[in-house]
Design a protein around this ligand. Structure first.
Ligand code: PEP
Ligand code: MG
Length: 317
C-alpha cells in the first residue's frame, strides 16, 4: 500500500522537471498534510496568517508595551514549523505585506496606522520597512528570521521583499536587514517580488542587489492593466486577466533580463495555479520555478514535465 512507501519513493512516482515546482503556504499548521507532495520548496510563505491569528497584536503595540519578543517568538515558531517539516527544501518567507487597513485590524493597531483612501497603493511593502514609524517592527520580523536560521539552525529559510517599488528603498531595507545580522550569501538568498511594473522596467538595476525575482502576477496584472483586482464590475467584464499579452510580455521580459544577470525568476501569483496556459508560457520562456497552490502541485508538475519534454524533442529535431 502507499502508506508503506518512504518519502523518496513517493516522490520518485512523479516526473522530474528542470523547472522547479514550488508551493504557496500561509498556514503553518497544515504543512504536515502536504509534506509528501512533490514540491521542491515553498516559493511563497505568507506570514500574515501567523501575525493575525497567532500574534494578534500590532508589532508596534507590543514594542510600546514592552513585549516585542512575543512577536519575534511566535513568528519564528510559525516559520520554523514549516522549515523543519520540509527540510532541506527551501522556504521563501515573505516579509509582511498587510495594507494599512489590515494592520489597523490588529489589536492596538489603530494608534499606529493612518487611514488611507487607497491602501492597495499605499504604505505597503518596503516603503513601510524603511519608514521611521514601522522600522522597529520590521527589525522584529528580521530578528524572527535570524532566530530561525541561527538559533534553530534552519538554514533553508530565505526571504522575499513584497511590493518593491524603487532601487533606493530596497537598498535601505537590505541595509536594515544586514544591520540585524542577516547577510545575503550562498546559503541565504534574498528575493524580491516583481509585482510593481517598475521592478520589471528596471530589472537590470534590481538584479545587481538581489538573488532572484518572484512574479506576483495578482498585483502585476492589476498595476500593468490599471485594473483594481477586487473590482467586481471590471472582473465581470474580463478586464482583470493575467493572460493579457501586456502581462505575459512583461513576465517574459523579466526572465530575459534577470537571466542576463545570472538571477533566477519564479512566480508565486495565482496565474499558473488557475491557467495552465500561463504555466506553459512561462516554462517556454525559461522561468526557473513555479509556485502554486497545494491542490495544483501534482497537476503542475505533470504539465511542466510534458511541456519540457516537447521543448527537448523540438530542439533535437
Ligand atoms: C501577488 O500579488 O501575485 C502575490 C502573490 O501577492 P498577494 O496576492 O499576497 O498580493
Ligand atoms: Mg501582491
Amino acid at each position: 500500500s502507499v502508506q508503506g512507501l518512504s518519502r523518496d519513493t513517493l516522490l520518485s512516482l512523479y516526473p522530474i522537471t528542470g523547472t522547479k515546482i514550488y508551493m504557496n503556504l500561509g498556514q503553518p499548521d497544515i504543512v504536515e498534510k502536504y509534506v509528501d507532495l512533490p514540491f521542491d520548496g515553498i516559493g511563497l510563505m505568507r506570514i500574515e496568517f501567523i501575525v493575525s491569528e497567532w500574534v494578534k497584536y500590532h508589532p508596534l503595540y507590543l514594542i510600546k508595551t514592552g513585549k516585542p519578543e512575543e512577536f519575534v517568538n511566535k513568528l519564528a515558531d510559525g516559520v520554523a514549523k514549516v522549515a523543519s517539516a520540509i527540510y532541506p527544501r527551501p522556504v521563501v518567507v515573505r516579509f509582511s505585506d498587510f495594507k494599512t487597513n489590515e494592520y489597523r485590524g490588529l489589536i492596538g493597531g489603530e494608534e499606529f496606522e493612518p487611514e488611507e483612501r487607497n491602501p492597495m497603493l499605499g504604505w505597503r511593502g518596503v516603503s513601510r520597512y524603511i519608514s521611521s514609524q514601522y522600522e522597529p517592527a520590521f527589525r522584529l520580523e528580521v530578528k524572527a528570521i535570524r532566530k530561525v536560521r541561527e538559533e534553530m539552525g534552519l538554514k533553508n529559510v530565505w526571504v522575499m521583499f513584497p511590493f518593491v517599488r524603487t532601487v533606493p528603498e530596497l537598498k535601505k531595507a537590505i541595509k536594515i536587514m544586514e544591520d540585524e545580522g542577516l547577510e545575503r550569501g550562498s546559503d541565504f538568498k534574498v528575493w524580491i517580488m516583481a509585482e510593481v511594473p517598475s521592478v520589471i522596467i528596471l530589472a537590470d538595476e534590481f538584479s545587481k542587489i538581489i538573488d532572484g525575482f518572484s512574479i506576483g502576477s495578482n498585483d502585476l496584472a492589476q498595476l500593468t492593466l490599471g485594473v483594481d483586482r477586487d473590482s467586481e464590475i471590471l472582473g465581470r467584464m474580463g478586464y482583470y486577466d493575467e493572460r493579457n499579452p501586456a502581462v505575459l510580455r512583461s513576465m517574459r521580459n523579466l526572465i530575459k533580463t534577470a537571466h542576463k544577470y545570472g538571477k533566477t525568476v519564479s512566480i508565486c501569483g495565482q496565474a499558473p495555479s488557475v491557467y495552465p496556459e500561463v504555466a506553459e508560457f512561462l516554462v517556454k520562456s525559461g522561468i526557473d520555478s513555479i509556485s502554486v497552490n497545494p491542490d495544483t502541485v501534482i497537476y503542475t508538475r505533470r504539465l511542466v514535465a510534458s511541456v519540457e519534454q516537447k521543448l527537448i524533442l523540438n530542439k533535437s529535431r
